[in-house]
Design a protein around this ligand. Structure first.
Ligand code: NI
Ligand code: MN
Length: 227
């Protein structure tokens, strides 16, 4: 069983066998954050893209804990220049961290670095094989047909999908994504942190479970489930 802790917005902490992976560690300045950056001790940091609500405390955590940040190449170079320990991959590539194998997937979105929106390559999602489970964290994205390929190729046990709309797919898009990905469990994310991304996770759960037989876990920031 892998412990999945939702830390708010798109941030998850996955824990198994004494190892921890944090995805999109937006904690400082996140109105929905469940913990402070000093409360987490990940062994690996995954960042889907450079927008502030995803890169968050990645630099701070990497420096403080001396742990790697895995992301797309261009963003990894920016992070490394600012003092992080970074591993830069790209779409389709897999990196084996020993306790986890992580594949970078496509995402239909944009990316940038810092307040001046410096170019930072393309955004991504991640397929994370960790503790006998396969997770798909979509990052910020619209629904796209190639999610079918991700579903066929990796058979994700758990999918974390944005439902908030405005910057990403909305509830309807995230329902369609289930047809392509066919996960056993879906966890909605990236909603209700800010007024622009208001969504009803209860409605999503009801529709998702009646449409595809998936189990939908609606988590409040700070909630932990075992999968
Ligand atoms: Ni974004
Ligand atoms: Mn975002």
């Amino acid at each position: 069983m892998v412990k999945v802790k939702y830390l708010g917005h798109a941030c998850f902490l996955l824990e198994d066998a004494g190892k921890a992976i944090i995805v999109d560690p937006f904690l400082t300045g996140n109105p929905a954050a469940a913990v402070k950056p000093e409360d987490v001790k990940p062994d690996l940091i995954l960042v889907t893209h450079g927008h502030g609500d995803h890169i968050g405390d990645a630099l701070l955590l990497s420096k403080r804990l001396n742990v790697p940040v895995y992301t797309t190449f261009e963003l990894s170079v920016k992070l490394e220049a600012d003092g992080a320990k970074a591993v830069g991959g790209n779409h389709g590539g897999t990196h084996d961290f020993g306790f986890a194998k992580v594949t970078i997937t496509w995402a239909v979105h944009s990316s940038s670095y810092g307040d001046r929106l410096d170019a930072a390559g393309n955004p991504c999602g991640f397929v994370i094989r960790f503790g006998s489970k396969t997770f798909y964290h979509a990052g910020d994205t619209d629904v796209f047909y190639d999610m079918k390929m991700i579903g066929d190729r990796f058979s994700p046990d758990v999918a974390m999908l944005p439902i908030g709309g405005f910057y990403t797919m909305d509830v309807d898009g995230a329902l369609l994504a289930l047809d392509y990905l066919k996960p056993k469990v879906v966890i909605p994310m990236h909603y209700n942190t800010f007024p622009a991304i208001k969504a009803d996770p209860g409605y999503y759960k009801k529709q998702a479970e009646s449409r595809s037989g998936v189990r939908c876990l609606v988590m409040k920031p700070g909630d932990t489930v075992e999968v």
